[in-house]
Design a protein around this ligand. Sequence first.
Ligand SMILES: [Zn+2]
Length: 319
Amino acid sequence: MNNWITPAGFKTGIEEIAPKVYAYVQAFGELGVSNAGLLVDKDGAMAVDALMVPSMTKRFLEAIKKVTKKPVNKLVNTHHHIDHSGGNFLFKEAEIVSHAYCRDEIVRTGMPAEFYQKRIPRFAGEFSKLKLAAPKVTFEEQMTFHHAGRDVELRHLGPAHTFGDAFVYLPKEKILFAGDIAFYYVTPLAFQGHVGNWIKVADRILKMDVELIVPGHGPLGGKKELREMRTYLAMIRREAKKRFDLGMTPDQASRDMKLGIYARWREPERILPNVMRLYQEFRNELDQPLDAIAMFEGMRQLRAEWHGHDAGEPDMCCT
Ligand SMILES: [Zn+2]
C-alpha cells in the first residue's frame, strides 16, 4: 500500500503563525487540495488564495470568521490554477490582486467545469457551481501594501511553477506564503512551469530572511523543506537531460528514473508531466502548452503500475 510521508500535525485547519497572521492548511495536499493564508490588521483582512471548490472555500471562510470580525477586503492569488483561484467569487468584498500573467490566464481559461469534472473527479459535483472572478489589480515584479503596523510584499521572481507566480512576504515576521513555488511532501507539478528557473527562484528564497514558509501544498515548513524540494527539481532536471540526450521518450524516462525518497512524496506519478515539461525546456519550447489529456492519461497509467490500481485520484479511499 501507499507509504506516504505524513508529518505529525498535518491536518486541515487554521493556525496562528504570528500575531494576526494565519495559515490555512488542507490535508493532504493532493491535486486540487491547496493551502491558503490570512493577514489581519487595522486596514482589514487580506486572504492569500481562495482554494478550489465551494465546500473548501466555505470551510476556510468559517475558519476566518472565528478569528476576525473584519471583512476580507483584499485577496491575493498566488497564481492562476483553479485550486487557488476557484473560490475567488465567494470573497464578495475583496479586491483581488495578482501577477498580470495570472489574471490573463484566469480570463483566458474561463471556467471549463467539464474539464475539471473529468480530471479531478473527487470534487466533480462542485465545479459547475463556480463563477469566474478575475483579479482586478495586477503587478509585474513587486507590490507592497503598507498596512498599519505591517508591510506586506508581493513578489514575482520569474517563471517557476507557472509564468505568473507571486509569493507574499512579511519581512518583519519572516514569514513567506509561497503558493505553489513550494510543495512539501507532495510532488511538485511543473506542467505549466519552468523547472530550470524554478530552481533559481528557490535559491533566491533560500537567501531571504525567512523562518516559516507556508507551501501551496503540504504542511507548514521552512527552508529545510524548500531545500528538499529544490533537490527534487535539480535531480529530475539532471536525470531527464541524460535520458533526453539518449533519445528516450518522456514515458520511458519517467519509468527509468529512480525517485528515491521522493517516491514517498504524494503523487509521484507527476514525474511524467515534469519530464514532459523538461523536454520542452530542453527544446526551447516552453511557449507551447503541454498536452493535458495525454498528461492525465499517462499519470493514470503510472499510478496503476506503481500502486496496483487505477483509481481516478490517489488516496480517494481514505481522505
Ligand atoms: Zn498550482
